[in-house]
Design a protein around this ligand. Structure first.
Ligand SMILES: Cc1cc2nc3c(=O)[nH]c(=O)nc-3n(C[C@H](O)[C@H](O)[C@H](O)COP(=O)(O)OP(=O)(O)OC[C@H]3O[C@@H](n4cnc5c(N)ncnc54)[C@H](O)[C@@H]3O)c2cc1C
Length: 166
């Protein structure tokens, strides 16, 4: 996690005054370090993420400029040359979340964790309209993230088992 710039400012540019962050915090994840299948032999897979407000204008030029911003900082902080060794580069941003997932304002994490969208106020695991239809995953209960999504599957399975046993 690269928290070498102002956290408060980036948070304001996500929540209070949505805009592309001036000096973004970001994280980098090298998935091939733990799963060799993530990259061809002798190579690495790097994943860089910049948290953004939903609904921002998304262009190729902006993506490129932000990638350049963070990779320059990454190289400086880690004292390594990375950019010149990239052989394949792909970005995924607001427009992709809209076109691929029809996600509201191109958000990546589903519904925001606001009070009125928390706990029992989130969409139910059991459909109110269709008999025997159950939902699971980050958009239902308990919420976003891999651990909650797994718990959601357990809860939905429990409801179904319970119903079938009665
Ligand atoms: C960039 C990013 C970083 C994240 N980092 C973290 C992290 O560090 N830690 C953490 O805990 N969580 C993280 N999350 C959140 C986490 O990934 C999600 O909360 C979790 O994966 C949700 O699981 P899910 O099973 O509900 O949905 P998903 O994992 O989104 O699975 C839904 C699946 O359904 C498929 N699908 C969609 N529509 C259809 C259709 N019509 N027919 C068939 N299949 C369909 C999709 O292709 C997808 O495979 C991150 C999310 C993003 C986007």
């Amino acid at each position: 996690m690269f928290f070498d710039t102002d956290f408060e400012k980036h948070a304001q540019e996500i929540y209070d005054d949505p805009q592309w962050p001036t000096e973004p915090l970001f994280y980098a994840n090298f998935t091939s370090k733990t799963d060799p299948k993530m990259a061809p032999e002798g190579m690495e897979n790097g994943f860089f993420l910049v948290p953004l407000a939903p609904g921002l204008n998304d262009t190729e030029a902006l993506r490129t400029s932000y990638f350049n911003k963070i990779i320059t900082r990454f190289e400086h902080i880690t004292q390594q040359s990375v950019k010149n060794n990239i052989i394949f580069n792909r970005s995924f941003c607001v427009n992709d979340f809209v076109s691929r997932y029809n996600s509201y304002k191109g958000n990546a994490y589903g519904m925001a964790n606001t009070l009125l969208q928390t706990a029992f106020l989130r969409p139910n695991l059991k459909s109110k309209k269709v008999e025997n239809l159950y939902f699971t995953g980050q958009l239902t209960v308990p919420g976003p993230g891999v651990p909650p999504a797994l718990i959601s599957g357990k809860l939905a399975a429990g409801l179904i088992l319970n119903k079938n046993n009665n």
